[in-house]
Design a protein around this ligand. Structure first.
Ligand SMILES: NC(=O)c1ccc[n+]([C@@H]2O[C@H](COP(=O)([O-])OP(=O)(O)OC[C@H]3O[C@@H](n4cnc5c(N)ncnc54)[C@H](O)[C@@H]3O)[C@@H](O)[C@H]2O)c1
Length: 254
């Protein structure tokens, strides 16, 4: 691939901070649930709780959209769904291709949540000739020889990579060369892309490692707390005393 490729840092989209952009899908998911229940308006506090976000942060985020709600009434759910969808570019259909139709690629292809959010899976692509033509999630798997033609014919700008790590950069290069400008990468490798191409990486093992770190911290804190607390001396009840469920605890806490 040509020189001058960079791994681009998080950018700002039309003056909206990237952190706000990252929270918009959370608001949209919560708002869509309200809309499905025909809830007409929602307060910033209610919506913040439903989205798992601090309400002051939510109000600040919505100010970037020019949405301030109505005092005493809150935000109009339907209008906010429309506004956020428009901001995220979801009022149009986005054809996507998935490359690498193994365990993960097939699972992604079978996930119904893409289509309902405006992402149409245009094609499933794999390098294994034995897979060509086989149906996965109702679509025939196409061979990588067809990759460029598929991208051009379907006007695809978003590609999902679910190949082994060793193949991911080469797949990425071909996607970009063919006109893809956004890549969702599941392969555990850092991709280099030219200016103007966005890469988002999903790595569940990294998420698990972060949880493991917190678990370890919690275990350390618990151990420190136990060491600092005087031991509880169990007191026997002398038998016959029943717990609320009728059981007979032999030992009750002090
Ligand atoms: N991000 C995550 O959280 C996460 C979770 C699971 C797996 N993964 C990663 O996803 C990738 C796929 O995992 P899997 O379990 O589905 O593997 P898999 O071996 O089941 O599938 C990989 C598929 O990629 C195809 N392939 C190989 N080279 C290719 C190329 N150059 N072009 C197109 N297709 C090609 C193979 O034929 C195969 O069908 C791996 O990199 C794995 O590490 C990521």
């Amino acid at each position: 691939m040509a020189t001058g490729r960079t791994h681009r840092p998080a950018t700002r989209s039309r003056g909206i901070p990237e952190a706000t952009v990252a929270r918009l899908p959370l608001y949209l998911r919560a708002l869509t649930a309200l809309s499905e229940r025909s809830v007409p308006t929602v307060s910033s506090e209610e919506l913040a709780t439903a989205a798992g976000v601090n309400s002051a942060k939510l109000r600040k985020d919505f100010s970037y959209l020019g949405s301030y709600g109505t005092r005493g009434v809150g935000y109009d759910v339907e209008y906010l769904v429309y506004q956020i969808s428009r901001e995220l570019g979801l009022t149009q259909d986005w054809p996507v291709v998935i490359v690498g139709i193994g365990n993960l690629g097939a699972a992604l292809a079978n996930y119904g949540g893409f289509a309902s959010r405006g992402f149409r899976v245009a094609a499933l692509i794999d390098a294994d000739p034995a897979m060509a033509g086989k149906p996965v999630a109702g679509l025939p798997v196409r061979h990588t020889d067809e990759l460029e033609a598929i991208i051009t014919d379907n006007g695809v700008s978003i590609g999902v990579i679910a190949t082994p790590a060793g193949a991911a950069q080469q797949v990425c290069d071909r996607l970009v060369e063919a006109g893809v400008t956004s890549i969702l990468n599941f392969a555990p490798t850092v991709l280099s892309v030219p200016e103007g191409v966005d890469v988002r990486k999903v790595d569940l093992s990294i998420e698990l490692q972060i949880l493991a770190f917190h678990e370890q911290r919690k275990a350390g804190e618990d151990a420190a707390q136990t060491a600092a607390t005087p031991p509880r001396v169990p007191r026997t009840t002398g038998g016959g005393r029943k717990g609320p469920d009728g059981d007979v605890p032999a030992v009750m806490p002090a």
